[in-house]
Design a protein. Structure first.
Ligand code: MG
Ligand code: MG
Length: 254
């Protein structure tokens, strides 16, 4: 069942979304060669608590950290640790904040120093995927329109759209119904209605869309062919006045 949020609930989510957005902006400012992903995690955790939120990822199904940090061919769910960022990396940073009982979920992919043209093209296109998908968050549209928008933008460039991980409803729980594939048929699925809030998160690759779980930590997910991946995410509401990007203020590049 897709839980719709009231105007008051959306307002609470909007306030929480500002913390999430500001946290990602702060993290992006701190991305540079030599910084470890554990450093970024610590900065995020302090920032979230300082702003009255709670890091939703910490302890989620046993996840040990406050952010996910996933460099290069790692798509998502990277555990922050001793990995030291280096010039030419791209790093997906994913943050979930609980505030006033509601979760907001957002991610960005940041270039470390100078990156290749291929990498830059992938990041640009994945941002376009996210904005095209958010644009579909209108009452009367269908759920399938969201994935279709992502797939159209990515595949026009020959990129892979990860199929085994999805966008999702978000609210009192981080993962609510529906699960939203990042590909699909226009006009398919339920109609969107005001109050629906989804975390839309295209995961796009330079190669194949097949994925590979790192059995050593049980979390990190890579592209199976180890091609470069990018991941952006916003929490977006359907409102009577069109799409409302709840985690939109100040997230770099998204
Ligand atoms: Mg996320
Ligand atoms: Mg998410």
């Amino acid at each position: 069942m897709i839980v719709r949020k009231s105007k008051a609930e959306l307002e609470a989510m909007r306030e929480g979304g500002e913390i999430t957005a500001a946290c990602l902006k702060m993290l992006a400012r701190n991305v540079r060669p030599g910084v470890t992903t554990a450093d970024l995690d610590q900065l995020a955790e302090e920032f979230i608590y300082d702003h009255g939120g709670k890091p939703e990822f910490k302890g989620y199904q046993g996840f040990p950290a406050s952010i996910c940090a996933s460099p290069n061919a790692m798509i998502v769910h990277g555990i922050p640790g001793s990995y030291r960022l280096k010039d030419g990396d791209v790093i997906s940073l994913d943050v979930g904040v609980r505030y006033e009982g509601f979760v907001t979920d957002s991610a960005t992919t940041v270039a470390v120093g100078e990156i290749s043209q291929d990498a830059d093209g992938l990041l640009r296109t994945t941002r376009k995927c996210l904005s095209a998908a958010a644009e579909q968050m209108r009452a009367g549209n269908h759920l399938g329109d969201i994935g279709h928008a992502i797939q159209s933008v990515a595949e026009a460039r020959g990129y892979g759209v990860v199929r085994d991980l999805v966008s999702h409803g978000v609210g009192r729980k981080m993962h609510e119904d529906p699960q939203i594939p990042n590909y699909g048929e226009p006009g398919s699925g339920p109609r969107l209605q005001p109050g629906m809030v989804f975390a839309i998160e295209p995961m796009i690759t330079l190669g194949s869309y097949e994925i590979d779980l790192d059995e050593r930590d049980g979390w990190s997910i890579y592209t199976a062919d180890r091609s470069l991946a990018a991941h952006y995410e916003h929490t977006v509401a359907v409102t009577e006045n069109g799409p409302l990007i709840i985690t939109g203020s100040g997230v770099p590049g998204a």
